[in-house]
Design a protein. Structure first.
Length: 325
């Protein structure tokens, strides 16, 4: 892609180790107009600081960072220090940022960019509070944005609960608004992201580059392996958020199927925060097999990831991170 062909994007995120990978993967290939921070893996004051720490690490202080919502729309806030550490980005010794925050709220930044940038795409890889607020605040926002590429939910199992994935569970009401907004959506859920791990070999590969940024990521991913591994039992943290970014850079890495997705918002439900995907048009291996007609067909509102080419995804991600000094 030449510079003029690079799609314009915003990254709405809660860094977060895998968010950090998403930011620098996007910055390498896409025209990143802003990073907007939201509560999630850590409190907002940490996620916006971490976004700036990552951009400073990658030498991309030209990308502005705005702080957004510090809590979910309705439910109480939950953070993930057990996975991402108290700072939200434990592991490497990254200094506190010196680049300033934008003097604007993230929701206003999202709305303004949707007005001024044609075909803007939004990566949403944290709880969906900022995006839902933009939809509610400006009725034209949902139709101006070309696509939301969401890391969240799952076609199968959850991680915070058997049913629910963290980003959706952390603000199900916001997710309900986003999935009902009518904007094209790509949903990259745990059913695919858990197939791509930052294994010890891959961390070694980053370290072996001898480059400062790649080594910092190896340190980050060592910490994240412990955080995620204590729950998953797997030998590395899952590369959740950069996979959503990869869907735009190389659309052949992740396979999707158009499905109807509803978010369970009922408190007390065992499925609270679940993305209920109408998979009745898929076969047992999640391949599209046509339209299911019995029991009432539902209209697709999202392209849901059903498979990933893990080796090619890692090559893309490694090459991007290794390209930084
Ligand atoms: C998601 O939750 C966070 O812990 C990660 O950053 C990712 O966005 C995975 O469930
Ligand atoms: Ca995230």
């Amino acid at each position: 892609m030449t510079d003029t062909q690079r799609p314009a994007v915003v990254i709405d995120c809660d860094p977060g180790h895998d968010d950090a990978l998403a930011i620098l993967l996007a910055a390498r290939h896409l025209d990143v107009r802003a990073v907007t921070a939201v509560h999630g893996n850590a409190p907002l004051e940490r996620t916006h600081a971490n976004a700036r720490r990552v951009l400073e690490l990658g030498g991309r202080t030209d990308i502005p960072v705005a702080a957004g919502c510090d809590r979910p729309l309705v439910r109480e806030a939950h953070f993930a220090p057990d996975v991402h550490g108290k700072s939200g980005l434990d592991g490497p010794d990254l200094p506190e940022p010196t680049m300033p925050l934008m003097d604007a709220h993230a929701v206003d930044v999202l709305i303004e960019l949707s007005r001024s940038v044609p075909d803007l795409e939004v990566f949403a890889v944290g709880p969906l509070t900022n995006v839902a607020m933009a939809i509610r605040r400006d009725p034209g926002f949902a139709s101006r944005v070309k696509r939301f590429r969401i890391m969240g939910g799952s076609l199968t199992f959850g991680n915070v609960t058997p049913a629910a994935e963290f980003n959706i569970w952390a603000d199900p009401d916001a997710a309900h608004i986003v999935f009902g907004a009518g904007t094209p959506i790509t949903m990259v859920g745990l059913n695919v992201t858990m197939q791509s791990l930052a294994t010890p070999d891959r961390r070694d590969q980053l370290r072996a580059t001898g480059r400062r940024t790649a080594i910092a990521f190896a340190d980050m991913l060592d910490f994240y392996a412990i955080g995620e591994g204590q729950y998953s039992g797997l030998p590395g943290g899952a590369l959740h958020d950069p996979m959503a970014v990869a869907t735009l850079i190389d659309p052949t890495i992740v396979t999707t199927a158009p499905l109807n997705v509803q978010v369970e918002t009922a408190r007390g439900s065992v499925a609270y925060g679940m993305t209920l995907c109408d998979g009745r048009g898929l076969d047992a291996a999640f391949r599209p097999r046509g339209v299911y007609t019995q029991g009432g067909a539902t209209t697709p509102n999202a392209d849901v990831a059903t498979a990933v080419d893990d080796a090619r995804f890692w090559d893309l991600l490694f090459e991007a991170i290794a390209s930084y000094a």
